[in-house]
Design a protein around this ligand. Sequence first.
Ligand SMILES: [Zn+2]
Length: 284
Amino acid sequence: MSQNAAVPKRILAVLAHPDDEAFGMGGTLALYASQGVEVTLACATLGEAGIVEESYLSEGQTVAELRSAELACSANTLGLHKVIKLGYRDSGLLGWPDNTHPKALINQPLEQVADHIADVIRQVKPDVVLTFDPIGGYRHPDHIRVHEATVRAFANVRASDPTHSQPRALYFHTMPVGLVKAMVWTLRLTGKNPRKFGNNGDIDLVDISSQNFPTHVRINYKAVAEKQVEASLCHASQSGITRGTGVQNFLTRLFTRPVDRFMRAYPEPGKSHRVQHDLFEGLS
Ligand SMILES: [Zn+2]
């Protein structure tokens, strides 16, 4: 066995809230974990601003405690190697009182958050770093802040650290625009407002469907699709979805293919780049 073969590949996903790791790129994380890749999650907040029905909370339990437990369930289901909590506070959506909390992620200086994430990159030594796209998937302020800070952190580590510990690629998880357009159509057909989608009514599917980030890597996670579903079920307080029930669940299953899409930010793909099917493909 060569020396390299003994060192596992590593992925670091930098995300904002407990549930981002499951609802977003959970299939990809589970797939690589199942293949022996060390997959670490850095989670910026504990989702304190998420709307939670009281019935989900046990006596004396805070939203952060509940969502932390949901995150542990999800991470275990996906097979994650480690979860690193960055300790910021959920900022909520624009205009929410949570925006003004002094610990809210959006109130922290970008450079400071970037330095924090750079420290995590140096600690984890990932080959590949994953985060949100430039609009944070659906314009959640925390997602956008995590994107900006991760891009800066990645560049800083690449610029300052010795070659052997540098991350080799940075990818942004992107929304499947075709699927989002189909959901807009279906919601309108059923009399629902596609601009107020999701448990918190905070997802504007019309806006998202107008975005068009390039797809450089497409990951088919069919082999572990059930793990992604199970991880999502861990976050019941945020989805309101239980197995096999609900119109939303039905629609999700109807339209969702077990595929995640990623845009490669680094190394910048050449003009002749063809869609790849592995986050590690072609990396030097
Ligand atoms: Zn989130």
